[in-house]
Design a protein around this ligand. Structure first.
Ligand SMILES: Cc1ncc(COP(=O)(O)O)c(C=O)c1O
Length: 389
């Protein structure tokens, strides 16, 4: 389906709302049944009908249709956060005694879900090096393993999994595959085309794109989504509000433009920063020296605006000094908004009551926003000069 059609028209039934270009925010918790017949119809299929906004809402439905089309899946469900999309989807698909295989070091709250939360209910997880299909296969316990959880690329290490290979393994052992696709957005990677069953997003990142909405997505076949809907989606009720759905629809109008701009500036910054004498290494899956460059090129269309670098520095104080001189990059988690961000590993050291991070303190993750290249380059340049003794 044409990207322009999806973002500008799909799901928008303007004849129902005065031909307004921008869709209404249907801020209603419940919906009236005109007759008993309609009431029976409604309750026969809450997944499809308008009964109650915890299940279905017309503004949210526009977003569902657009996201499903972007991810090339039958349908999608929208959640109040990426974390709830992941949690509710996984919980809905396992039972006590089941086993999950997950790639090493997934997003921290996915890690906690699998390591701390699910074991309370008799569900165990084996974490494996996802760069090796062999190790993934070795971790599968036939009959007992039910899910394979992927995150490709990982949002810190950028480690990838061979998605086609993983999908084949899932067929062989009858597993459901899920992927956290937040790094790529549907613009740069469509895992369903490679055979992955469920595609999850922190929609807080690129999809909404303006750092003002927290939301999550699970896209996939209707049969699986109905299972999730009838289980944790309706039980936990972690839904997006109609108002936030409206903001996300608005944010998504410019999704391809934002990603293109962010990616173009990111590549220019990497080309300039890589050879700098104060930089030890730059990591970006589309860099030729990236260990999984070939795989990245095979299954992704681009890498967007997230990259990382290691500063050449002797002591953590030097990394701290460099960071303290940055003026244009905001220090924050997340990515995908208009603003450029920096996440210094040094900030995960010296936290009272917590162990130091395992990530080296000279690591910095950068998200390149919508600012101009020269503006961002000048900021990095002047901060690097401050440690250029
Ligand atoms: C890779 C990844 N997945 C999922 C999430 C969770 O998304 P949310 O913050 O929207 O709950 C995050 C949040 O930063 C993330 O980085």
């Amino acid at each position: 389906m044409d990207l322009s059609y999806i973002l500008n028209h799909l799901g928008e039934e303007r004849e129902h709302y005065f031909q307004a270009i921008s869709p209404p925010i249907i801020q209603s918790s419940n919906f009236h049944f005109e007759s008993l017949e309609k009431m029976r119809e409604g309750f026969a299929d809450e997944y499809s009908n308008h009964v109650y906004t915890r299940g279905n809402n017309p503004t949210v439905n526009i977003l569902r249709k657009k996201i499903a089309a972007l991810e090339k899946t039958e349908d999608s469900l929208i959640f109040s956060s990426g974390s709830s999309a992941i949690g509710a989807s996984v919980i809905s698909l396992v039972e006590s005694g089941d086993h999950i295989v997950c790639v090493d070091s997934p997003y921290s709250w996915t890690n906690k879900l699998l390591k701390k939360f699910l074991p309370k209910f008799g569900v165990t997880t084996t974490f494996v090096d996802g760069t090796s299909l062999k190790k993934i296969e070795e971790a599968i316990i036939p009959e007992k393993t039910k899910l394979l959880f992927l995150e490709s690329p990982n949002s810190l290490s950028f480690a990838l999994q061979d998605l086609e290979g993983c999908a084949k393994l899932c067929k062989k052992y009858n597993l459901i595959s899920l992927i956290d696709n937040s790094y790529s957005s549907p613009i740069n990677q469509n895992p369903s085309e490679l055979g992955i069953d469920l595609v999850l997003h922190s929609g807080t990142k690129y999809l909404n794109g303006h750092s003002d909405v927290v939301m999550g997505v699970c896209a996939g076949p209707e049969k699986l989504l109905r299972k999730i809907f009838e289980s944790a989606y309706m039980t936990l009720g972690t839904i997006i509000s109609p108002n936030d759905a409206f903001l996300a629809i608005r944010g998504m109008r410019t999704l391809p433009l934002r990603i293109e701009k962010s990616q173009t500036t990111c590549i220019k910054l990497i080309e300039w920063l890589g050879p700098h004498r104060k930089i030890e290494a730059v990591h970006y899956p589309f860099n030729e020296d990236f260990p999984q460059y070939e795989l990245a090129k095979k299954q992704m269309k681009g890498c967007g605006g997230l990259f990382s670098f290691y500063l050449k520095a002797e002591k953590i104080e030097e990394a701290e000094r460099f960071h303290s001189h940055l003026k244009c990059f905001l220090t924050a988690v997340s990515w995908g908004g208009h603003e450029s961000l920096i996440l210094p590993a040094a900030g995960f050291y010296k936290i009272p009551g917590l162990p130091d991070s395992v990530i080296p303190w000279n690591y910095f993750r950068v998200y390149v926003g919508l600012e101009e290249f020269e503006y961002l380059k000048a900021d990095l340049e002047q901060a690097l000069e401050k440690i250029d003794a």
